[in-house]
Write a protein that binds this ligand. Structure first.
Ligand code: NDP
Length: 324
């Protein structure tokens, strides 16, 4: 099969589109013939070696398609079923992916197309756990979310509104700000032109926000602590601008008894029950039009490097997909 592999960590040029053996499903595993593979910022960290892995490896962890073969002991799925997933240990930028059956989610393609399911799994479940579990938003809460027009960002804005919260977004360009507003953001700060700390304070009448959802990391973390109200929550869940340097914990005391957490999707989909709760919530909202998924770019699998260059170059909005 064709797949995109990394042999040496590096820039987008480190992605090699090449022929590799088609993987066989082992016991408890399922092989999926992919209709679309999701591109996520974590793939950039893996490509660059920020999260080191043994090379060579097939990049990617998200996708959707049809079950093509099942391993011993798999009863829940059979050939031809439509499925989606957000974790494929053997990689997902490929024509086929092998996934543990207990990480697969059934997809009703009459309600949600396979491509849309591929676009919604990882970022959708992330927005779900952030807004429903890490800091469960309620009416009366005021939240700040960075990179609001990104893949996670647009979904997070919509879910925050579903929970009845007020949400302020940040965005890098006026076009991105428009998309974040369309998704439901109450206010959007163009943080490439304005100081988001001052703007957030102004918007909240000096009160600050209950929670900051920060996926940008190095460039925004410190400012984020300054816009939290007393006992506010800093939810650091990414590092698109680079890792946050070590922090003196005393600062949390000085700034008002703040909380900081650094969660991952794996922590919030640890059991099958939790995985299905989040995935099925996301898919059902898409199916009944409560949640909109913006596919901001579709690339042939062979052009994964171009998708990476666009994502890292801050040129994208919503979700990027690769089509094998
Ligand atoms: P996005 O679509 O959000 O793309 C990244 C965005 O970050 C850019 O479009 C840009 O938006 C913003 N950004 C700010 N500074 C930079 C920079 N220096 N370089 C590149 N981008 C920058 O990506 P995803 O939705 O895939 O992921 C968003 C973040 O969430 C990532 O950090 C990712 O690692 C994290 N994540 C974490 C998960 C978890 O469970 N912990 C799960 C899923 C994602 P703008 O131009 O508007 O600033």
């Amino acid at each position: 099969m064709k797949a995109v592999r990394v042999h040496e960590p590096g820039g987008p040029e480190a992605l090699r589109y090449e022929e590799v053996p088609t993987p066989e499903p082992g016991p408890g595993e399922v092989r999926v013939r992919l209709e679309a593979c999701g591109v996520n910022f974590i793939d950039v960290y893996h490509r660059k070696g920020l999260y080191p892995r043994q090379t060579p490896f097939v990049l990617g962890q998200e996708g959707a398609g049809r079950v093509d073969a099942v391993g011993e002991g798999v009863e829940e799925f059979s050939e031809g079923d439509y499925v989606a997933f957000a974790s494929a240990p053997g990689g997902a930028y490929a024509e086929y992916a092998v996934v543990p059956a207990d990480r697969l989610v059934p997809v009703n393609v009459t309600l949600v197309e396979a491509r849309v399911a591929a676009a919604a799994m990882l970022q959708g479940m992330t927005a779900h756990y952030l807004t429903h579990s890490t800091f469960p938003l309620e009416e009366g809460h005021v939240a700040l979310a960075h990179a609001a027009a990104g893949g996670v960002g647009l979904l997070l804005i919509q879910m925050a509104k579903m929970r009845g919260a007020t949400i302020i977004g940040t965005a890098g360009t006026p076009e991105k700000a428009r998309l974040a507003r369309e998704a439901g953001a109450d206010e959007v700060i163009l943080y490439t032109e304005r100081d988001f700390v001052e703007e957030t304070r102004r918007i909240t009448g000096g009160q600050g926000v209950h929670v900051v959802y920060d996926s940008v990391g190095r460039a925004t973390f410190e400012g984020g602590l300054d816009v939290l109200r007393l006992r506010g929550y800093m939810v650091l869940f990414g590092q698109s601008s680079g890792p946050v340097p070590p922090v003196d914990l005393q600062i949390l005391n000085q700034k008002g008894g703040l909380f900081v957490t650094r969660p991952s999707l794996a922590h919030y989909t640890a059991t099958r029950e939790e995985l299905l709760w989040r995935a099925e919530s996301v898919l059902s909202w898409i199916g009944n039009n409560t949640l909109k998924v913006r596919i901001g770019g579709t690339y042939p699998l062979a052009e994964a490097a171009r998708a990476h260059a666009d994502l890292e170059g801050r040129r994208t909005t919503g979700k990027l997909l690769l089509i094998p």
